[in-house]
Write a protein that binds this ligand. Structure first.
Ligand code: 5U1
Length: 682
């Protein structure tokens, strides 16, 4: 029945127009990655359509975007046979293995060059999600199935319909029958939100985005799936009506896109083995910046003709291969748990592990965060645990292999007193962290405070690293921050392996560090939750350290970005006479900074603006660029959002640049940025 048969023509026409407009916005958002209207406008159209369908129920069509969430499946997910088998991919784990694969292809295709240098491939990131097959008949989503055993999958149609980027109707010149294959995944940011919400509700968390995607897709209630923000990229055609498909894989992907099916934007056409190897390196480097998890790169021979010549082995095609990254998760044994004390007294449990190779390095320690996390994981000493190391992130224990729990696995108990100074350990209400109450009495807190004090963004004392500070505290050459400025070449030379030349270099760096800025000095003091930006705002609002020390909670809360918690930490820090004495001593020993002039509004032209810096800058250090922007009143953020005013994109800018382009944000190259600073005198 057409929409207009039972209604006044105008309502039916309006409903169809709304559906088309919403589908168009979905296409621009999910497929072209170019949102064309603000969310509010989209929501208005959606509400209007919902109201129209409520008033005229016979206008509701299966294709309507309001019908993405339907009823519950009667009996879980019934089996469904695939039109053509869902294949898997063979893997290689090294460049050499990839070259061997390419050589075999070259031989089978009788190419003249040994490794098929003239052969075209398509490179695609290998998403770490869940394979899906979706059948569109006459352009309408008919059903969707998981891979299952490759021949028969589970019917997850109702859940797949809820995924925003899966179109219910195709557009353009699509084949009457299309079986399209792709990967369902959850973006890293959505995964984090999902787990954060689960923790807040005291529910179980997912170990990784792949599990979260699989768990969300297999919810019996599609309304739950709908809330989980799943996404999809399509990467192949299982089958299609004759005469519609192009003769190369790359062109077929373009066809999918033109029919409204999103494809991964990182896909590239590559010529020959060397370009494939370069592509693998490029995607490996981009991996941490990509908004979704990937576990490798897929290479496919581009020509369908050549694909057909190559054929299949068992369940995998000969014309494609997955070059996998080193695993980011591994299993190992938890041998013990130590509690480490940080600069602010936080007592953090650290898992000691049987060494395991994960994420490209050997890991023998991993964070367990806090006691709440230990309880949530129900982890015990002796357990077999899953360790994850992704990019530069500190390795973490993500789950316990309960099936392998040994009989005498030992529960982990929180220390009653600080493991370093034996002071009492306390937990603040609403916080998961236990803290040592020893303050500067605690040598661990003193050590960590000094490491922070000497660090690059703080007092920047070249040569005074972690190990040397630990050694000097152990040898009782230094006790408090101010002792750093009492060091002499003679004292330092008494340390093992410290030649006189190194000792005098160190003393020279210490001397140089005396000339600093108020914001760096404030940051170096290590006041809880006072990072660089807060330190800058404090310095430039209050202008001198005595004013800061005397400020009340209310006065501090009036400063940009300082809320009641941070204000409380600042007041608490300056209320401690020991801290005041150390500040005084540091100044007596020569630490100084130039006066700060109160800036007028005209001198802060970027107030209220949010800037983001990305990529590599060649004309100044990232930190200098940040300081100059802060001095002009801007807020400098680490991530791009619709609130960003300007993105400065240096060399090799990655996903932040793409996101800024998508959101239509002003983008400055480094040259434009420098010119801008010159123009406004910043
Ligand atoms: N990017 C991509 N992932 N992936 C997974 N392409 C791709 N192709 C696959 C699989 C299982 O199979 C092809 C053989 C269609």
């Amino acid at each position: 029945m057409s929409l207009s048969e039972n209604n006044s023509n105008s309502e039916a026409v309006r409903a169809e127009a709304l559906i088309e407009q919403i589908e168009e916005y979905n296409y621009q958002y999910y497929v072209l990655d170019q949102p064309s209207v603000p969310d509010a406008q989209y929501d208005r159209l959606m509400r209007e359509l919902l109201q129209l369908e409520k008033d005229f129920p016979n206008l509701v069509s299966e294709n309507s975007p309001t019908q993405k969430v339907g009823g519950k499946p009667a009996h879980g997910f019934p089996p469904i046979e695939h039109l053509t088998p869902m294949l898997s991919l063979d893997n290689v784990f090294s460049e050499q293995e990839f070259k061997d694969f390419a050589r075999k292809i070259s031989e089978r295709l009788d190419l003249t060059t040994p490794q098929g240098e003239e052969l075209s491939y398509v490179g695609e990131p290998k998403l770490d999600g869940l394979a899906i097959s979706i059948i569109y008949r006459n352009g309408k989503l008919e059903h969707a199935a998981t891979r299952g055993d490759g021949r028969t999958g589970e019917n997850v149609t109702l859940n797949v319909r809820t995924i925003g980027s899966v179109p219910l109707r195709l557009r353009g010149d699509f084949p009457p029958l299309l079986d399209v294959r792709g990967e369902i995944f959850i973006a890293k940011s959505d995964f984090e939100i999902l787990n954060r919400n689960a923790i807040e509700r005291g529910e179980k968390t997912f170990a990784n985005p792949r599990n979260a995607a699989a768990g969300s897709l297999r919810q019996l209630d599609p309304r739950i799936t709908a809330k989980r923000k799943l996404s999809v990229y399509f990467y192949a055609v299982g089958s299609a009506s004759d005469g519609y498909l192009a003769s190369s894989h790359r062109q077929r992907l373009q066809q999918l896109k033109s029919w409204g099916l999103p494809i991964c934007p990182e896909i590239q056409l590559l010529s020959g083995v060397n370009q494939n190897i370069e592509y693998y390196k490029l995607i490996s480097e981009k991996r941490d910046q990509l908004p979704y998890d990937i576990d490798g790169v897929v290479f496919k021979v581009d020509s369908i003709d050549q694909q057909q010549q190559l054929g299949f082995v068992a369940k995998a095609p000969r014309w494609a291969i997955a070059h996998k990254f080193p695993a980011q998760e591994e299993v190992t044994k938890l041998t013990s748990v130590d509690f480490q004390v940080g600069r602010t007294g936080a007592v953090t449990p650290v898992a000691r592990l049987e060494p395991v190779f994960v994420g490209g390095v050997t890991v023998s320690n991993a964070t367990l965060h806090n006691m709440d996390e230990i309880n949530r994981l129900d982890v015990r000493v002796g357990d077999t645990v899953v360790v994850r190391r992704a990019g530069d992130v500190i390795p973490q224990v993500v789950s316990v292999v309960k099936a392998e729990r040994i009989e005498n696995a030992k529960k982990i108990v929180k220390p009653e007193v600080c493991p370093v100074c034996q002071s009492a350990v306390e937990k603040e209400a609403d916080q998961a962290v236990y803290r040592c109450t020893g303050g500067l009495v605690c040598s661990a807190q003193r050590t960590q405070s000094m490491i922070h004090f000497a660090s690059r963004k703080a007092m920047d004392i070249d040569g005074l690293g972690d190990k040397l500070i630990e050694l000097m505290i152990d040898e009782e050459i230094i006790h408090h921050l101010s002792d750093i400025y009492r060091l002499t070449v003679d004292k330092v030379s008494t340390l093992e392996r410290m030649a006189e030349k190194s000792a005098s270099n160190l003393i020279e760096s210490i001397e140089n560090s005396k000339q600093t800025t108020l914001e760096k000095f404030l940051y170096a003091l290590g006041i809880r939750e006072v990072g660089e930006v807060t330190a800058y705002n404090l310095a430039h609002q209050c202008l001198d350290i005595n004013t800061i020390a005397k400020s009340t909670l209310q006065e501090l809360e009036a400063i940009k970005d300082i809320g009641p918690i941070v204000a409380g930490h600042i007041v608490h820090f300056f209320a401690n006479p020991q801290n005041l004495q150390i500040i005084n001593e540091l100044q007596q020993l020569g630490v100084h900074w130039p006066d700060i002039e109160k800036k007028s509004a005209e001198m802060m032209p970027l107030t209220e603006q949010v800037w983001v810096l990305t990529g590599t800058l060649s004309q100044m250090k990232r930190n200098e660029a940040k300081q100059r922007l802060l001095a002009l009143g801007a807020k400098v953020s680490g991530s791009v959002s619709k609130n960003t005013n300007v993105l400065v994109a240096g060399e090799a800018a990655g996903s932040k640049l793409t996101k800024a382009q998508t959101l239509g944000i002003t983008i400055y190259s480094e040259d434009e940025f420098v010119e801008f600073l010159d123009r406004i005198g910043g």
